[in-house]
Write a protein that binds this ligand. Structure first.
Ligand SMILES: [Zn+2]
Length: 152
């Protein structure tokens, strides 16, 4: 049995809009750009599913660094991150000391993923930004800005 493209993410409105746009656009450029957006949308869905599965299966419990009491779960808390494929989000368990010791709140799955507590952008995105700095020197946008000012 072969699935159509529309059936890949049936409950995703953005995906369905992209499928509709893919069928209605006519130029090659528009088809390529729409297919690229669909690829990013599919990549986000795959990443979110992976993160959700791994977060649900992760059951390591820590102890409080202050009073050595076993930490208790605060439940699944939403986490989002800007990545190379766009914004992804998932839910992971957050735990804290039942005595509410200062600084006891932890998200152990964040440690597994090698991300910091309030990190908004993923590591590979930051690395790409740093690499672009070398390939796009400041003179390019500055020249563009100067030329655009002369045209006005
Ligand atoms: Zn404690």
């Amino acid at each position: 049995m072969q699935l159509s493209v529309e059936q890949l993410l049936t409950d995703d409105k953005h995906w369905q809009q992209l499928c509709n746009r893919l069928q209605t656009v006519s130029s090659l450029s528009a088809i390529v750009l729409t297919a690229r957006q669909m690829g990013l949308c599919l990549a986000r869905a795959i990443i979110e599913q992976q993160l959700q599965e791994r977060a649900a299966a992760f059951t390591k419990w820590n102890t409080c660094l202050t009073c050595s009491t076993g930490l208790v779960s605060k439940g699944l808390v939403k986490r989002k991150m800007l990545t190379l494929v766009g914004q992804v989000q998932w839910r992971r368990r957050v735990e804290r000391c039942p005595h509410r010791c200062l600084g006891s709140q932890q998200a152990p799955f964040d440690t597994v993923l090698d991300i910091q507590a309030y990190q908004q952008g993923s590591t590979e995105l930051m690395r790409l930004g740093c690499l672009l700095q070398y390939f796009c020197p400041l003179t390019l946008p500055l020249n563009y800005w100067c030329n655009s000012q002369e045209l006005m």
